[in-house]
Write a protein that binds this ligand. Structure first.
Ligand code: NAD
Length: 476
């Protein structure tokens, strides 16, 4: 086999076959094998923390604290959580028999799906490549990882990590862009775990259909935040400023736009401005000089965001804060927009950058109608003290997840499933739900007493059998 550094497209099939063979032996391996893999991964991460921080700084100027909190720690916690719970997750689950099944024993057994493909985006390139790998390994699979080409330093680091601690038959990294990903997608993987945009998610799902591979699609969308007339606008602003401008707005669950009750709009805007200054301009020498504010990933994305901002302004929006861009440095200031027309691109497409449109509403039904006019979002945030309003929003809208009186945090609760719905995703991840995504839940039914109730329905279909069927259809 080639070294992990130099897989070329014509070598993908060989690598895949190697992993397929290995997955057959992993199927019967004890849980201790999976745990050993997870421990190796954990140790490597702790031993190479400075290199991880450096790679992410080079790719996006991520502040060290943000690397630790949003890239490294989610993976280490995911590993520790799996190590502590794997014996419970993987244990066959006993199932009580139904009336007709009396005399049988039933269970659900969790078998590894086999050989899996993990395709990652660039925004949290370390976390979103390795956290799914933790679930894949916990469930006993082999995996090929395809990190994003737009964060090359982190992709290189992940390649070295995997080469250091894994046999390519078990885990391998294939760096590359669209041609490499499309070549991988032709292989008959048992499961494909994709994190990225809804547009590419459709390409992945169409390719998976050719092999009837199962998919987890972690996608994006426009996640709204409602700030109602009862909300503490200062508290909402403190949290929204962090959630929106973390990673320079390039977060799948960042609040994409705010719907604010007209009575709170001025107070919210004022508080958002003060908080952005307090977080990123403590030294009073400009946010562009802050060590705590990341950069846009590349020129292509910067230009896209600039076009979205220009389009909003051309259609009459007011820049209430920010708007400045330093192209040489991929800097895009934290930006607030008001008076945005509904047909502006900033209210149509996922923003995925530090532009926050603040849209005023009079009546909660109006806010709900705006949310329901768009594809179902990945997250929905409600800032409110009114139970009635919260319940109304919860019942009237659909989203991948909800966070009440906070934002972004739902990602970090490992006992909650994480994922979208329709346009924002298919399937769930994290903790036990990640383990399930990479496992086949195999129902096993065992006969214990020779014949069950169902044997009364064997042919010939006598009058008596027909009466019995009648009874069963009506009463059971
Ligand atoms: P993307 O869809 O452009 O790329 C994701 C991956 O797909 C990359 O590895 C890329 O190489 C590959 N790819 C790109 N175009 C392809 C094509 N035509 N054929 C095959 N493969 C292709 O996404 P991105 O720009 O890296 O990430 C941003 C998107 O990801 C946003 O929509 C964001 O909301 C979403 N996202 C979702 C989550 C989540 O957990 N739900 C997390 C992070 C990002």
């Amino acid at each position: 086999m080639p070294t992990p550094q130099d897989y070329t497209i014509d070598q993908f099939a060989g690598l895949f076959e190697l992993q397929q063979q290995k997955s057959l032996t992993l199927r019967t391996a004890p849980l201790s094998t999976r745990k050993a893999n997870l421990k190796k991964l954990l140790t490597w991460i702790y031993d190479h923390r400075p290199e991880i921080q450096e790679a992410l700084y080079k790719d996006m100027r991520k502040p060290i604290v943000e690397v630790d909190v949003s890239e490294l720690q989610p993976v280490t916690t995911e590993i520790k959580h799996a190590l502590a719970n794997l014996h419970r997750w993987a244990r066959p689950r006993k199932i009580t028999p139904t009336l007709l099944m009396l005399g049988t024993r039933a269970s659900i057994q969790y078998e590894p799906k086999g050989t899996c493909l993990i395709i990652a985006p660039w925004n949290f390139p370390f976390n979103l490549t390795l956290a799914p790998l933790v679930s894949a390994l916990a469930a006993g699979n082999t995996a090929i990882l395809k990190p994003s080409e737009r964060t090359p330093h982190t992709a290189e680091l992940i390649k070295n990590l995997v080469a250091d601690i894994f046999d390519p038959a078990e885990v391998a990294v294939v760096p590359g862009a669209v041609p490499e990903t499309q070549a991988l997608l032709k292989l008959p993987f048992d499961h494909i775990f994709f994190t990225g945009s809804p547009q590419v998610g459709k390409i992945v799902m169409a390719a998976a259909a050719q092999n009837l591979a199962s998919v987890t699609l972690e996608l994006g969308g426009k996640s709204p935040a409602i700030v109602d007339e009862t909300a503490d606008s200062k508290d909402a602003a403190r949290k929204l400023t962090w959630g929106k401008f973390l990673n320079c707005g390039q977060t799948c669950i960042a609040p994409d736009y705010v719907l604010v009750h007209e009575s709170k709009q001025q107070a919210l805007l004022q508080a958002l401005k003060e908080d952005a200054e307090a977080y990123y301009n403590e030294q009073q020498n400009g946010i562009a000089r802050s060590a705590d504010y990341s950069r846009i990933v590349d020129k292509r994305h910067l230009e896209g965001l600039q076009a979205v901002l220009n389009d909003a302004v051309d259609k009459g929006a007011t820049i209430a804060m920010g708007g400045d861009i330093k192209a040489e440095d991929n800097y895009f200031a934290p930006t607030l927009l008001t008076g945005v027309r509904p047909d502006a691109r900033v209210l149509q497409d996922e923003i995925f950058g530090p532009i926050l449109p603040v849209v005023r509403y009079k009546d909660l039904d109006e806010a709900i109608a705006i949310i329901n006019s768009k594809p179902k979002p990945l997250a929905l945030y409600v800032f409110s003290k009114s139970k009635k309003n919260i319940n109304k929003v919860m019942r009237a809208t659909s989203s991948g997840g909800v966070n009440i009186n906070d934002n972004v945090l739902q990602f970090s609760h490992l006992n909650l499933p994480f994922g979208g719905v329709n346009n924002s995703g298919i399937g769930k991840s994290h903790g036990y739900y990640g383990f399930l995504a990479f496992s086949n839940e195999k129902p096993v039914l065992q006969q214990r007493i020779g014949l069950t109730g169902i044997s009364f329905f064997y042919p010939p279909y006598t009058k008596w059998v027909k009466k019995l069927v009648e009874f069963v259809v009506k009463k059971l």
